[in-house]
Design a protein around this ligand. Sequence first.
Ligand code: GTP
Ligand code: ZN
Length: 204
Amino acid sequence: MRARVPVVLHRARGRTAELVTFRGLPDDGEHLACLVPARDPRRTPLARLHSECLTGDVLGSAHCDCGPQLDESLALLARHGGVLLYLRQEGRGIGLYNKLDAYLLQRRDPGTDTFEANRLLGRGADERDYLTAAVMLRTLGLHRVRLLTNNPDKVGQLRAHGIDVTETLPTGVHRTPENTAYLEAKARDGHHLPAHRPDTEVPA
Ligand SMILES: Nc1nc2c(ncn2[C@@H]2O[C@H](COP(=O)(O)OP(=O)(O)OP(=O)(O)O)[C@@H](O)[C@H]2O)c(=O)[nH]1
Ligand SMILES: [Zn+2]
């Protein structure tokens, strides 16, 4: 660990979070943990692994569901406490410019989905791995978590790297006309897309 920096977050309903930086992570990236103290420390902590999406997280692009998922995670952390790992894995690991090239490719050929577009660019369909996330969790002393995700690969990889995922909590499905094709491609890739998740309530 390198530093723990207290910051008040508007997007977590004004709660104070600790932003944690790390030294010597496996991929040498500048990944960030955002820790909000748990309301009930006896419960297994909530964790969200959020892959960076500059277009969705910062600019509010409607092309994907990353922005609403980030807001949803921060609202849950504000309510229950837990940790959000902000992983610098833009474009499922291919980087921002390549992701935007993939957007262009899909615009030219609307039959191409996000995963195929990656392959047409000579990249893996999803280049993310979660070893670094597991190391971050362990460094924070979080060996068991309840994971907020619809992506079975995150659960499988975290477990393979020694993190005890005791429960998987689905994220909401933030469907818009613009991101429907994107969500359908995710479902074909094995993501669970629950029809509905009540609100920011997590079973206590
Ligand atoms: N290559 C590529 N990456 C994209 C595209 N749209 C969004 N992304 C990236 O996808 C990542 C988010 O992954 P998702 O597949 O939405 O969700 P997930 O993290 O696998 O799963 P959840 O935990 O259920 O949210 C972010 O890094 C985005 O930058 C796209 O069209 N092409
Ligand atoms: Zn996105």
